[in-house]
Write a new protein. Sequence first.
Length: 470
Amino acid sequence: MNIFNKFPLVIATSLSLTLSSAIQADELVLSAQQQLTEDILRQLIEFESTEEHPEQTRAALEAMAERLLGAGIPESDVVIVNPEPDLYGLVARMRGIQEQQPLLTMAHIDVVTASPDAWAFPPFTFGKKDGYYFGRGTQDNKAGVAHLVANFMRLQQEKFVPNRDLIMMLTGDEETAGRVADWLATEGRELINAEFALNTDAGGGEYDKDFKPRAFNVQTSEKVYQTYLLTSNNPGGHSSIPRPENAIIQLAQALVRIGEYQFPVRISDNTRLMFARSATLESGQTAADMAEMGTGNYSTAAAERLAQDPYINAIMRTTCVPTELTGGHAENALPRVATATINCRIVPGIEPANVRAKLEELVNDPAIQFTSVYDAKPSPASVMPAALQETLERLVDESWPGIPVIPEMSTGATDGLFMRNAGIPVFGVAGWFMRSSDIRAHGLDEKIGIAEFHAGTEFWYRVLTTLSKP
Ligand SMILES: [Zn+2]
C-alpha cells in the first residue's frame, strides 16, 4: 500500500454515526457487527502471513473462506487459488441478478516481516490500547480484508441480492512478487473479470490539524517501476600510474548528468483535477499555483514552485534516481568495474523506452553499459466512470460532509497494477482516516484508530450496496 499522501494529515474522527473520539473508542461497547469485524481483524493479525511463512498465509485465507462459507456463500463461489508453489489467493463471489458487469473488490492478506524486539506490542498479537488496534497489517492491509469479509458476510446474511456479481479478491503476495494478482488478471481472468475494481489498499481519508476530515483520496493511477544498472568497465592497473579513463570517475560523471536532469512536467486529467480540488484546501501562493495547475494552462514558474515539495514533484514528473553504488576492488589498484543502480518511477502514459533513451543520451559514454534490472510493467491511469464518481462523491459527503474527493496518483505500486495492465480500471478507496504521525505501514507499531476502523466497515457497506442496488 502506498499511503504517503501529499499534504500533512492529522487524525480525523469518523462517521458521525459511530464514535466521536478515538481516545474513548476502546472503552466503548461494540455492536454485534462491530464485534464481528474486530474478531476478524484479530484473527487476521495473529497469522504471521509473511513471505517466510506461506503456510500462515494459506491458513489465513482458509480462515476467511470458512467465515464466508459459514455465512452461507456456496462452496463453489469461494475458491482458494494456488498458481505457484507457496503462493495463494482467495476469490469469493456473491451472485447477483447480472444487470451490470461484476464489481471486483481487492485486498491483500500478506504483510511485511516485523521484528518483535523493536515493537511495543508483539506484531502478530492483536493489541487494543488508547483508541487503536495494534498489530502488523492493521493498516496494510488486513483492515481492508476485514472490511470486505465482514461486509460480504453481512450482505449474505441479510439475503441482499445485488444487481451485479460482487467479487472479492484476497491475494497472498502483494508485498513481494504480486504473482497471484498477475495470474488472476490473466490466466485466472474468468474468476475476477469485472467492469472495474475497488481496492482497499490505496486512497483513503486525510485529517486536518483539528482532527477533522479534510479530504478523501481516490487512487486512480500508480507510477510505473523500472530499474537499470549502469556498469563502467576498465582494464584497471596500478594506482601509482593513473590513466585518464577511470571506471569510477566515468560512472560518477554520468551520475551527475542524470542527477542534474529533470524530466518534463506531465499532468494527466486526474492530476489536473487533484490540483484543482486540493487548491481549495490550501492558502496563499500554494493555493494560487495549484489552482493554476488545475486549469491545465499553467506556467513553468507555478509548476516549479510546487515541485519544491518532493511528493508533488514525484506526481508531476517521471523521476530516475541512483539508489546503489559499488566500485573498485583494492585500495591501490585502478578500478576495473564500477556499477550504479538507477530506479525510475515513470508517470503512466510515458513510454519506458523513451525514459531509457533519455538516460542513455545523458550518460553518453560508450564505456558505460546499460542493462535493465526490472522491466517496466505498464499501469495505465484509470478513468472513473461518471456514475461511479457521482456515487463515491455522494457517499463520502454523506459520511464526512463537505470534504472534497481528490484523485490520487501513488508513487509506488499495489496489486492494482496487474488489473490496470489487464484492462480493468482500479480505484483505491481505503475507507478510513488517519493522521500523518500514524503512518506505520511496513514500519513499527502499526496501528489503526478503532473508531476509524469501524467507520470504514460502514463506509464499505454503503459503497457495496449502493453500487449494486437492484
Ligand atoms: Zn498494501
